[in-house]
Ligand binder design. Structure first.
Ligand code: CO8
Length: 270
């Protein structure tokens, strides 16, 4: 993949690759990285092309906001304020598509939340596999305060992560959720004092995951994401299907042989 060429296409995104870890930065500080149509189009383009990296050997991706103040302060309120019904539906569908692209990337994704993750920002973060956050991070779904409801998946994903009662309380009140509370609720996995420490911590987790077969990690992710929308018996069917398919992989042969030979495996992601 040619990151430099890809980066030239974007005004508000910065994509870089370091030691097998992709870093995707939303960079529109003048509006605290608020998601407008252009930014959603860029995210769509970027994530669609990353999705083609099937069962890739990338360690994973860190998704963050530029600066220290905001991850993403929500959908762009100025742009939304003049939308009609049809434009609003198109906008919501475009944002939802980005959350699905993010959720379905074939490698682990960590949302590194540096500051405000409100509305659409909280919804983007919830589409990652894990949320890491700095001490100044603030979460919330404040849409009802604007006469709106969450439109990029918040009504669905928040309840799955924190439970229906808590999700309703957060969404109906529109209140801010502190990073400590987000951690207690299981929304945030790890809290860091500084952004630099958070990025280091995210790299360390991705390095740890990368000791394993990337193919197996990618399939575990796929099965767990699919299972989220299924009954347990249906999820088990997907599990056994993917489990069986891995027996045709080189990684499975290498992993089991390495165990029996008492040596470290050398996984190729195939
Ligand atoms: N949209 C547009 N501009 C924004 C946004 C936003 N969401 N958030 C901040 N900005 C802008 C401000 O307008 C300001 O611009 P300017 O300097 O030109 O006035 C600049 O960013 C800096 O912001 P503040 O001066 O307000 O900074 P503060 O430190 O005082 O406050 C806050 C920071 C608390 C984050 C505050 O900016 C805020 O409350 N922002 C809005 C948060 C919010 O309500 N987010 C949810 C938006 S709705 C949403 O996400 C719905 C998703 C689904 C939509 C689907 C619909 C079809």
């Amino acid at each position: 993949m040619n990151i430099e060429e890809q980066n030239k296409r974007y005004e508000f995104l910065d994509l870089s690759l370091d030691s097998g870890v992709l870093m995707l930065v939303v960079d529109k500080p003048r509006s605290l990285n608020a998601l407008d149509t252009k930014l959603l189009e860029e995210l769509d383009d970027c994530l669609s092309s990353l999705r083609q990296q099937k069962d890739s050997v990338l360690k994973g991706m860190i998704f963050t906001g530029s600066g220290e103040k905001a991850f993403i302060a929500g959908a762009d309120i100025k742009e939304m304020s003049v939308m009609g019904t049809l434009e609003a539906e198109k906008f919501a569908v475009a944002g939802q598509k980005v959350t699905l692209l993010l959720e379905d990337l074939p490698f682990p994704v960590i949302a590194a939340v540096n500051g405000f993750a409100l509305g659409g920002g909280c919804e983007m973060a919830m589409s990652a596999d894990f949320i890491f956050a700095t001490k100044n991070a603030v979460f919330g779904q404040p849409e009802v305060r604007l006469g709106l409801i969450p439109g990029f998946g918040g009504t669905q994903r928040l309840a799955k992560i924190v439970g229906r009662n808590k999700a309703k309380e957060i969404i109906y009140s529109g209140r801010n959720v502190s990073v400590e509370e987000a951690h207690e609720l299981g929304l945030v996995l790890r809290i860091y004092d500084k952004k630099s420490e958070m990025i280091k911590g995210a790299n360390e987790l991705l390095d740890q995951i990368a000791q394993n077969s990337p193919l197996a990690v990618s399939r575990a992710k796929k099965v767990m994401n699919r299972g989220n929308d299924l009954t347990v018996p249906n999820g088990l069917e997907v599990e056994s299907e993917q489990f069986a398919l891995l027996f045709a992989s080189e990684d499975m042969k290498e992993g089991t042989e390495a165990f029996l030979d008492k040596r470290s495996p050398d996984f190729k992601g195939k």
